[in-house]
Design a protein around this ligand. Structure first.
Ligand SMILES: [Zn+2]
Length: 159
């Protein structure tokens, strides 16, 4: 799941605990984020909140970030869901990597309150991610998005 150098090191030198903290915050606050989907979509800094694992990676085509606002908006409408391998419920997909015939997805499960991973086949979920990427409005500008913890703070403590 991590992007690696050829020697197997983490590419972006992102502190590992920062990534783990982000996953944990996302899993524990998923319901809160979905409840606030409208506010996230309407606030550009919340919308463009960047998730380390919010991306779609297709072999030879590249890797594209998908902002929090687009993910939350899809989840609220029942999209970007996959069966949770832990509890059998519906997990919210954050990203995927692979080909139509066989890909890996990862996300957060509202029941397990944890990061979960699974394997998928067929175009449905990948296409939803491609559509999410196309509709994400990433060309809107270089406005820096907030981190997940900053976004949660803003949602919780500002009117
Ligand atoms: Zn689950």
């Amino acid at each position: 799941m991590f992007q690696r150098h050829s020697k197997g090191r983490l590419a972006n030198a992102e502190p590992f605990d920062q990534v783990m903290e982000e996953n944990d915050l996302l899993a524990k606050n998923l319901e809160f984020l979905v409840d606030n989907a409208r506010r996230i979509v309407e606030d550009p800094r919340l919308y463009h909140c960047r998730l380390h694992f919010g991306f779609l990676s297709l072999p030879r085509l590249g890797s594209w970030q998908i902002p929090l606002g687009r993910l939350v908006s899809s989840w609220q409408q029942g999209g970007l869901m996959a069966g949770c391998p832990r509890c059998g419920g519906r997990a919210c997909v954050v990203g995927a990597s692979g080909l139509l015939g066989a890909f890996r997805w990862w996300g957060v499960c509202p029941e397990c309150r944890a990061v979960v991973r699974g394997r998928g086949r067929g175009p449905s979920l990948l296409w939803q991610l491609i559509e999410a990427r196309i509709r994400s409005g990433a060309s809107a500008g270089p406005l820096p998005g907030l981190t997940v913890s900053q976004a949660l703070f803003r949602l919780a403590y500002t009117p």
